[in-house]
Design a protein around this ligand. Structure first.
Ligand code: G1P
Length: 303
């Protein structure tokens, strides 16, 4: 195996989901369904489609449903088998065979950097991906695969970025960089959630990273930063001082499904693209937007 092979992905899923309360009071936000699949399954499927074999999910209290989702459900399988629902049965079995799943508990919510550090022993001394499950990337070439491809050429950390509206920079890690090729930037510095007037650019980190194992020794020394949390962005700043780091503009449609409006937009788009729901849902939306106009036309024709 080449030492630049990326086989493992870390999906932090220990957060409290405060942006989605009260839905997330007793249920993990990662299990919110986007049409008919929980959010975290989209990240797992993107990872698998990008060549990842081992998925390390960082969990916490109240997150058991995630483990159950990626485990087999023998009782459910028996029922589906007995009622002749072969298609659903194979879909259920497929979920548990997507990858090798490992779970690490983050006992205290100390921040994204700390969550990633929890995976150190399972990652060991190899490069790995970090994927934030509330960012959904819909792309012909999976978002993470685009980063891994760039990593194999550049060999340093690669951050997935996209341009965001200037007024939204305070929701993201923002890079200060110099463009070296179309869609590829050499990262000089980063800042976590800057005020718009202090942001060095509008290139935002969109929850996809390929990182070298050197990040762990930096994370161990990283002090709490923005919001009193151990920030991955602060560790990345240090790493960028020591070794080349690049930001790759990810090609594809991104949805911030961890936010109520972003989640609704993603739901509408995925429902419209769903072969069995899309046509009827599209009709419903059209009538919903122009209800009186639609009805008037019908009545006029009949009369
Ligand atoms: C995290 C990171 C931030 C990144 C964002 C992408 O923030 O800290 O740098 O831009 O994810 O979604 P969070 O959204 O977890 O507050």
């Amino acid at each position: 195996m080449s030492r630049f092979e990326v086989r493992k992905a870390v999906i932090p899923a220990a957060g409290m989901g405060t942006r989605f309360l009260p839905a997330t009071k007793a249920s993990p936000k990662e299990m919110l369904p986007l049409v008919d699949k929980p959010l975290i399954q989209y990240a797992v499927e993107e990872a698998v489609a990008s060549g990842i074999e081992d998925i390390i999910i960082i969990t916490g209290r109240g997150k058991r449903a995630i483990e159950d989702h990626f485990d087999r459900s023998v009782e459910l399988e028996e029922i589906l088998k007995g009622s002749g629902k072969a298609h659903l049965l194979s879909q259920m079995r497929h979920i548990s065979s997507l990858a090798n799943f490992c779970y690490v508990r983050q006992t205290e919510a100390l921040g994204l950097g700390h969550a990633v550090l929890c995976a150190q022993r399972l990652i060991g001394d190899e490069p790995f991906a970090v994927m934030l499950g509330d960012e959904i990337i819909d792309a012909p070439v999976p978002g993470l695969a685009q980063l891994i491809h760039a990593y194999k050429k550049r060999h340093g950390a690669i951050l997935g970025v996209q341009e965001v509206p200037h007024q939204d920079v305070n929701r993201y890690g923002i890079v200060s960089s110099r463009t070296i090729a179309a869609g590829l930037h050499r990262v000089e510095d980063l800042v976590e959630k800057p005020a718009p007037e202090e942001a060095p650019s509008n290139l935002a980190v969109i929850g996809r990273y390929v990182l070298p194992p050197e990040i762990f020794s930096i994370l161990r020394k990283t002090r709490p930063g923005k919001n009193g949390e151990i920030q991955l962005t602060d560790a990345l700043r240090e790493l960028a001082k020591k070794s080349p780091m690049h930001a790759l503009e990810v090609q594809g449609q991104r949805y911030d499904a961890g936010d109520k409006l972003g989640f609704l937009i993603a739901t509408v788009e995925f429902a419209l693209n769903n072969p069995s729901l899309g046509p009827a849902f599209g009709d419903y939306l059209q009538n919903r937007i122009r209800p009186s106009g639609g009805r008037r036309t019908t009545r006029a024709r009949k009369g």
